[in-house]
Design a protein around this ligand. Structure first.
Ligand code: FDP
Length: 340
């Protein structure tokens, strides 16, 4: 027992979920936690690969995923690990991953386990362009209940998610999650456990930063350019906003959750329906945002009510503090009404 444990009872993510949502969901979180700590270790030691004769884990895996993107070796490692560990849980019927064309369904003892009540949807390693440069990346996940068909279950609106969250691999590894009753954070400790470090997390009502890839601003709809210009000019509540953009959604969202402000990935000419994926990027982060008192929209509509037609559908995303998200939503709505 560590000295801290002798004075404080540490609560792991598995214990936290078991006490509030039962053993089945706790087992799902247990599998994600085991995968996340192995992914964290792989990322932490990635730069040493060549020195120890294991070959570099950095770089492209040589294949292109269903999104038409170059798969990185670490993408493949994270995807395989999550698939394997979630497949070993008798409570998981299937997974849907950014890296796979369709769902992967699991059989337990020759057929689907009737106790397998969950489907886990995930982006195994978000922020691919930052993998090779030792900048924060993350795993994003959403847990939905299996109701009949796997695809029909995951195409339900985001309001139906049983749980959602992400793991940020940063200076420390942090899992931020919700099971529908607030947001909690668990930090990976020296004994390789994700232990509770924050509960009842609240996103500030308004924040000091906006976060967007402004190189795309010329191809955003005008209303987004005006909105960001207004933030910089101090037109929303008087404060003049600063800019922060890492280019890893999980990291940009995590800062927004803690410090407040808004992350935007508007439609562009190249991606008129947005770039980010609805099921395994936008839905889970939107659930976390709302549970922390923030908000998320696709422009005009509440993100969690936007419906996907396919598992890899994309969406524009504006997410963060309530004040900024609501101001943007009203501006987009007004523009749409003027066009009609
Ligand atoms: P990436 O392309 O590096 O995988 O989900 C994709 C994502 O990263 C997000 O993590 C990130 O927020 C966004 O795309 C970055 O896109 P841009 O490079 O177009 O800014």
């Amino acid at each position: 027992m560590t000295s801290q444990e002798s004075t404080t009872k540490l609560v792991t993510v598995e214990e936290y979920v078991a006490a509030r949502a039962g053993a089945g969901l706790a087992e799902v979180f247990g599998a994600i936690a085991v995968a996340a700590r192995q992914i964290e270790r792989k990322i932490r030691l990635a730069g040493l690969g060549d020195l120890y004769g294991g070959g570099s884990i950095y770089g492209a895996a040589g294949a292109v995923n269903v999104q038409g993107e170059q798969q990185q070796k670490l993408d493949v490692f994270a995807n395989d690990l999550l698939t394997q560990l979630l497949g070993e849980s008798s409570h998981v019927a299937a997974i849907v991953s950014e890296e796979d064309e369709g769902p992967v369904e699991f059989e337990h003892g020759g057929g689907r386990n009737p106790a397998a009540e969950f489907v886990v949807v995930f982006d195994p390693l978000d922020g691919s362009s930052n993998i090779d440069v030792n900048v924060n990346v993350g795993t994003i996940f959403s847990v939905v209940r299996l109701v009949g068909d796997v695809v029909a279950s995951v195409l339900k609106p985001g309001t139906e998610q049983a749980a959602a969250g992400y793991v940020l691999y940063g200076p420390s590894a942090v899992m931020v999650m919700t099971i529908g009753s607030g947001v909690a954070a668990f930090t990976l400790d020296e004994d390789e456990r994700f232990v509770l470090t924050a509960e009842g997390m609240r996103m500030p009502e308004q924040g000091p930063y906006y976060s967007a890839n402004e190189a795309n601003a010329g191809s955003w709809p005008e209303v987004y350019r005006e909105f960001v210009g207004g933030l910089v000019a101090g037109e929303l509540g008087g404060q003049e906003y600063g800019s922060r953009y890492i280019g890893s959604l999980v990291a940009d969202f995590h800062r927004t959750l803690l410090k407040g402000g808004v992350f935007l990935y508007p439609p562009t000419k190249k991606a008129p329906r947005g770039k980010l994926r609805l099921l395994y990027e936008a839905y889970p982060l939107a659930m976390v945002a709302e549970q922390a008192g923030g908000a998320a929209v696709d422009g005009e509509s509440r993100l969690l009510e936007v419906r996907a037609a396919g598992i890899h559908d994309r969406t524009p995303l504006v997410i963060g503090s309530r004040t900024e998200v609501e101001a943007l939503r009203k501006a987009v709505q007004k523009t749409a009404e003027e066009v009609e």
